[in-house]
Design a binder for this molecule. Structure first.
Ligand SMILES: Cc1cc2nc3c(=O)[nH]c(=O)nc-3n(C[C@H](O)[C@H](O)[C@H](O)COP(=O)(O)O)c2cc1C
Length: 304
């Protein structure tokens, strides 16, 4: 780990160490990856106007998220299949969130179960990410398990009904080692992994009607991930959701959507006084976090 001092260093090192299949899965965006690049580049175009002589002897990064204190305004976005990179997988990531005092969002298609992650990092604040299944009793079961495991909020991903057109995985299916599995899912994914097939049990026809249903079946706060327009933010808030993550899935779903940091201010202006607004996509350094917070985000998320 010597000499690795920023997220970009770690990314380069990971690309050097990982096998082709994992490398391609982790780094691929949709189509020409224009949004992947825009998410990052947009932060570089926003410049900081610093003020001086403001007494910076005490620096406190803590804030509140969902009414509870966090040491840093940082969360870890849900990402699937983390054991393709390291045997600790999602449990290791949760321990990192616990150490820095941020929020861990555990994905549905993880290589460790919600319960295992909860046990691995008992003191981390943990949210879980899920999808709506065609068979709603499966979704309800997922929520009950996460409730029992002590998760404190549920994050519904809106922008992944179908898996984005990632060219690398179209050319080469993801290799999934025999010793790994997807314990939150009911399917068996040994061997080659086709994310689109995995998503077949999800309800492609899901609409906003699912939101009141989710609010009825669970008392956990509901966060919607993947909001990209003021119009959808307004609908979400009307339906009483507790938080929004402005996200384009890191550019992995629909290419040529705008960078999330460019749409954040309009969404905050429209609904920021009625719900908490978080953001992910392209966050690679502390100044990116600063910019997102200055533009109204309550918390920013990145991936480990
Ligand atoms: C390898 C990988 C897997 C992901 N898996 C999921 C997932 O299972 N569920 C989900 O809601 N988002 C998933 N995402 C999207 C992230 O939660 C997040 O929105 C995105 O990565 C943020 O952009 P960034 O990669 O530029 O930080 C995944 C992203 C990556 C890179």
């Amino acid at each position: 780990m010597e000499g690795l001092v920023c997220v970009n260093d770690f990314e380069k090192e990971a690309m050097r160490k990982l096998g082709r299949s994992a490398r391609e899965y982790y780094s691929s965006g949709a189509d020409d990856e224009i949004t992947v690049k825009e998410n990052v580049n947009s932060y570089s175009r926003i410049l900081i106007r610093p003020r001086m002589l403001r007494n910076v002897s005490t620096r406190d990064l803590s804030t509140t998220v969902m009414g509870k204190k966090v040491a840093v305004p940082l969360g870890i976005s849900p990402t699937a299949l983390q054991k393709l990179a390291h045997e600790d997988g999602e449990c290791g990531t949760a321990r990192a969130a616990e150490t820095i005092g941020g929020i861990m969002i555990v994905a549905f298609f993880t290589t460790s179960s919600y319960e295992e992650v909860a046990l691995a990092a008992p003191n981390a604040r943990k949210w879980f990410q899920f999808f709506v299944h065609k068979d709603r009793s499966i979704t309800e079961g997922v929520i009950r398990r996460a409730e029992m495991a002590g998760f404190e909020a549920m994050v519904l991903t809106l922008d992944c009904q179908y898996v984005g057109k990632r060219r690398a995985s179209a050319r080469n299916p993801i290799e999934f080692p025999q010793h790994l599995n997807l314990p939150n899912d009911t399917g068996d994914a040994n061997g080659e992994l086709n994310m689109s097939k995995l998503h077949d049990s999800m309800d492609y026809g899901v609409t906003w009607e699912a939101i009141p249903w989710l609010k009825r079946i669970s008392k956990l706060p509901l966060v919607l991930k993947g909001v990209q327009t003021v119009e959808d933010a307004e609908v979400a808030v009307e339906l009483g959701v507790d938080g929004l993550i402005v996200s384009n899935h890191g550019g992995r779903q629909i290419d040529t959507t705008p960078a999330t940091i460019d749409i954040l201010p309009s969404i905050v202006r429209a609904v920021g006084h009625r719900t908490e607004v978080y953001i992910d996509g392209g966050i690679r350094r502390g100044t990116d976090v600063f910019k997102a917070i200055a533009l109204g985000a309550k918390m920013v998320e990145f991936i480990e």
